[in-house]
Design a protein around this ligand. Structure first.
Ligand code: PHE
Length: 357
């Protein structure tokens, strides 16, 4: 039937020429849609004699099937071409160098915090946090610093206005309240460090009203000062990347530890440069001691069963020592030139395996 075969030729030519999915769909509808040309031909079957229909029916069905197949084939070809074009357009050259300067730099304090977390994680410590706005219980009382204790004035605390019940919130003067929060919320064994911001009313070249500390706390059965010393020694070696260091524990006093000590490391200032690990001078890096039984009791822990040690170090000072800054104040000036000079690449995340800095 010439009518049908001509139609087939025409439609297949249109299909092959269709350049978009929309154009293809229009061709499909015009051919085999309800009002399409092929459908119109199919309708003529009804008027045919049964003999004629027996001949023409299968032909028309074959025509419809062929067109359906041709549309489907063209559709997948167009879709594939569209995908290829998209992939080509969105191609990223992963070998291009990364432009790190757009991200800014990592502040030395953040860098040291990341280094500390990495070093202590390797020794099985988790990182704990607490609020910077504290209450007197966590910052003082539970740490065995009762009201009117001279240590309370010593800390030059920033207080908030008194509440109706007479209590006052405050800006935490040290990270030690995180010890209390951790002991009250976790069962031993406890091994945490808590880096964070701390506040005291103090300001000169080596003191800023806001500064950073890292607290360490270990509570387990059978913990003694040897563990404390070994832990701090491992930390200092890893932090300063030295094979050996010389440490000294100087007897000291903190209400929340007994015995208490201040930790010094051997250093030299010869020629105006600081060298850690050798020389005739000593540099204090923090305070430490065995957790006081009263602190344990305040946290509902049995001091007969558990022992623990705690330490606190100034992070800004650690950063100054390691990276050679002499003045603390520019740490918090937000000066782009300083940040550019002393900052770290955001992509160079410190790891023990890959290097801390
Ligand atoms: N919290 C003490 C301070 O700020 C440091 C410290 C922490 C001392 C833990 C002993 C144990 O000075």
């Amino acid at each position: 039937m010439t009518d049908a075969s001509q139609l087939k030729t025409d439609i297949e030519a249109d299909i092959a020429a269709a350049q978009t999915l929309d154009a293809l769909e229009a061709i499909r509808v015009a051919a085999i849609g309800k009002k399409g040309s092929v459908s119109a031909l199919m309708k003529t079957l009804g008027k045919m004699s049964p003999e004629e229909r027996q001949v023409e029916g299968p032909k028309l069905n074959a025509l419809k099937r062929d067109i359906t197949d041709a549309v489907a084939a063209r559709k997948s070809a167009l879709e594939e071409a569209a995908l290829e074009a998209q992939l080509a357009a969105e191609q990223v050259d992963v070998t291009l160098p990364v432009q790190t300067q757009d991200f800014g730099t990592i502040h030395p304090v953040s860098q040291v915090m990341d280094e500390l977390s990495e070093i202590f994680a390797d020794m099985g410590f988790a990182v704990a946090e607490g609020p910077e706005i504290e209450d007197e219980f966590h910052n003082f009382d539970a740490l065995n610093i009762p009201a009117h204790h001279p240590a309370r004035a010593m800390h030059d605390t920033f207080y908030f206005p008194e509440k109706e019940d007479g209590s006052r919130m405050l800006l935490r003067t040290h990270t030690s309240p995180v010890q209390i929060r951790t002991m009250l919320s976790q069962e031993p064994p406890i091994r945490i460090i808590a880096p964070g911001k701390t506040y005291r009313s103090d300001s000169d070249a080596t003191h800023t009203p806001m500064f950073h500390q890292v607290e360490g706390l270990v509570i387990e059965e059978g913990i003694h000062m040897g563990h404390l010393k070994g832990c701090l020694e491992a930390f200092v070696k890893a932090f300063f990347q030295l094979d050996s260091i010389d440490m000294r524990f100087r007897a000291s006093f903190f209400p929340f530890t007994e015995p208490s000590a201040e930790v010094d490391i051997r250093c030299s200032f010869e020629g105006g440069t600081l060298t850690i690990g050798e020389g005739e001078d000593w540099l204090e890096i923090g305070g430490c001691g065995m957790v006081h039984p009263r602190v344990m009791t305040a946290c509902n822990l049995d001091p007969e069963r558990y022992q623990g040690f705690a330490f606190g170090c100034g992070i800004d000072r650690l950063a100054m020592l390691k990276y050679g800054m002499t003045d603390l104040r520019p740490f918090f000036d937000g000066d782009q030139r300083w940040l550019k000079h002393y900052g770290f690449s955001p992509l160079a995340v410190p790891t023990l395996a890959g290097g801390l800095s």
